[in-house]
Design a protein around this ligand. Structure first.
Ligand SMILES: [Fe+2]
Length: 211
């Protein structure tokens, strides 16, 4: 019994130590990525900072690999820091996803991130908005990519994301809620985990109460 308690304590200790070490790594990635976001779209810093927090919650609850999802979240829109501010232009999205993938590799190599993980993160960044081209299966078939796109979408229901997107689209609060309620995402790329679904419902409840 004593041995079992010691083993559990040791396991918890290593888990906490590993969690602290990874947090330091993600902070380093964010520090390197931030200058790109400062040159990017006006809302991007708030967008990514919020996403990091909720992604960490979802990883913990759903036992997802945060060493892939967190860098993906931190770096996914980094490509917009080197050119035009693109929101939904089909012709330019692909170009900026590729640009983002290239920058992500440079930044992750700089901190010595594992090569295999860099490749996976790069691959995800290069297709992260491919729903715009009618590709939906890639999100349904991959829990990391599916969770990523759920979080990316959910930003539009958050206290800072909702008014930021209202401004971009020129919508009133009511129109923004209708846009989210009727969005093709909900049908074509349903939320892949219960945790994200519950978080989204909670954000929407708050937004509806503000109308
Ligand atoms: Fe995004």
């Amino acid at each position: 019994m004593f041995r079992l308690i010691c083993l559990i304590r040791l396991k918890l200790f290593w888990r906490r130590l590993w969690g602290c070490r990874m947090k330091e790594v993600y902070d380093k990635i964010w520090k390197l990525a931030r200058p790109y976001y400062e040159k990017g779209r006006p809302m991007d810093i708030n967008h990514v900072e919020w996403m990091i927090g909720d992604a960490a919650i979802v990883c913990k609850k759903e036992k997802l690999d945060d060493s892939i999802l967190l860098p993906l979240v931190i770096l996914h829109d980094v490509g917009y820091g080197v050119g035009e501010h693109v929101y939904s232009d089909k012709n330019l999205k692909g170009k900026y996803m590729e640009e983002g993938s290239r920058i992500a590799r440079t930044l992750l190599e700089k901190i010595g991130y594992p090569k295999g993980k860099i490749k996976r993160i790069q691959d995800y960044i290069s297709v992260h908005d491919n729903w715009i081209y009618g590709e939906h299966e890639i999100y349904r078939n991959d829990l990391i990519l599916g969770t990523f796109t759920d979080l990316d979408y959910m930003w539009m229901a958050t206290p800072k994301g909702f008014p930021a997107l209202m401004k971009v689209f020129g919508y009133s609060k009511e129109e923004m809620i209708e846009f989210l309620d009727m969005n093709e995402k909900l049908e074509n790329r349903p939320f892949v985990t219960e945790t994200v679904k519950r978080l989204y419902e909670s954000y929407m409840k708050d937004r509806r109460a503000e109308v």
